[in-house]
Design a protein around this ligand. Structure first.
Ligand SMILES: *Cc1c(COP(=O)(O)O)cnc(C)c1O
Length: 252
C-alpha cells in the first residue's frame, strides 16, 4: 500500500513484475507450509489497454480479471483471436448485464444475490454454457463493500444448486483496505472459517475449495490465511489513475 507501482510498458516490465509476484507468492506459500501449486495468480487488468494486455498474454497470462462487464466484454471482443485467454469477472454484477457475462466469462467471483444467479443461469442454459462462480462475502463489515453478510452465506449457498449452469467453486472477499495487519488478516481468516462451515453444511460442500482473496497490497497475508486465488492488478501493470471508488461504489 505504501509502495508506488510503476507502470509496466514493455514485455520485459511485465515479465519482471509477474516473476517478482510469483516469487513472493512462492515465499508466502513456503512460510505457510503450502505448495505454491495451491495458489493461482489472477492478473487484474481493469483500465489496462489492449496493447498492454497483448503483452501480458505474451508474458504468459492466460486469464485476466476485470471488474466491469462493459470493459471486459469489449476487451474480450477485441482479443477474441487469443482463444485460450480466459476472462474472469470479479466485480459486482447487475441483473441486466447477465446476458453479456454469460457469453464470454469463464469465472464470476462476485455472486451475492439470487436474482443475478437466476438470470445468469437462464442465459447460460440458453447458450449451453457453464460458469464457475464464487460467492462474495463482506468480511470487513464496511457498508461500502458488496457481498453477503457472513451469516447469510449458508442459506444463500443452499439455494444455488437450483441453478445448474453455475458451478459453485468457493468464496471471494475484499479485505479492509488498511495497513493494519491483524484487522486485514481477520477478514481473510473469517472467509476461511466460513468455507469450513459451508463444507460441512452446504449441499455442494465438497466443491467449495476456492478462496479468492488478496490484492496487490495484502496478497501475502491472504496466502498465509489460505487464499487459493490472489487477484493482483497494480503490482503487475502499475498504479491506476482511476480511483478505486469507481470500482467499489456504495451498494445502492
Ligand atoms: C481492482 C481489483 C483488484 C486488484 O487490485 P490491485 O490493487 O490492483 O491489486 C482485486 N479485486 C477486485 C475485486 C478489484 O476490483
Amino acid at each position: 500500500m505504501s509502495t508506488p507501482f510503476e507502470t509496466a510498458l514493455t514485455l520485459q516490465d511485465l515479465q519482471h513484475n509477474i516473476g517478482r509476484i510469483q516469487a513472493r507468492i512462492d515465499a508466502a506459500c513456503e512460510r505457510a507450509g503450502r505448495s505454491p501449486q495451491t495458489v493461482r495468480l489472477l492478473p487484474v487488468s481493469k483500465t489496462v489497454d489492449e496493447a498492454r494486455l497483448r503483452l501480458a498474454y505474451a508474458a504468459g497470462c492466460r486469464a485476466l480479471g476485470e471488474n466491469k462487464v462493459q470493459e471486459a466484454h469489449a476487451k474480450w471482443q477485441a482479443m477474441s483471436d487469443l482463444s485460450d485467454l480466459r476472462w474472469c469477472l470479479i466485480g459486482h454484477l447487475q441483473t441486466n448485464k447477465a446476458r453479456q457475462v454469460a457469453q464470454f466469462a469463464s469465472e464470476f467471483h462476485a455472486l451475492d444475490n439470487l436474482r443475478v444467479a437466476e438470470e445468469l443461469d437462464r442465459r447460460l442454459q440458453a447458450l449451453g454454457r457453464g460458469l464457475d462462480v464464487l460467492v462474495q462475502v463482506n468480511t470487513s463489515g464496511e457498508a461500502s463493500k458488496f457481498g453477503l453478510e457472513p451469516a447469510q452465506a449458508l442459506d444463500f449457498m443452499r439455494q444455488l444448486p437450483a441453478f445448474s449452469a453455475l458451478r459453485v467453486r468457493g468464496l471471494m472477499t475484499l479485505a479492509l483496505h488498511s495497513d493494519d495487519e491483524p484487522r486485514v488478516r481477520s477478514c481473510f481468516a473469517m472467509l476461511r472459517g466460513l468455507r469450513e462451515q459451508l463444507r460441512e453444511a452446504a449441499p455442494q460442500g465438497a466443491e467449495i475449495a476456492e478462496l479468492s482473496m488478496g490484492m496487490s497490497g495484502d496478497f501475502e497475508w491472504a496466502i498465509e490465511e489460505g487464499a487459493s486465488v490472489v487477484r493482483i492488478g497494480q503490482a503487475i501493470f502499475g498504479a491506476r489513475a482511476t480511483p478505486d471508488s469507481q470500482y467499489w461504489p456504495a451498494p445502492g
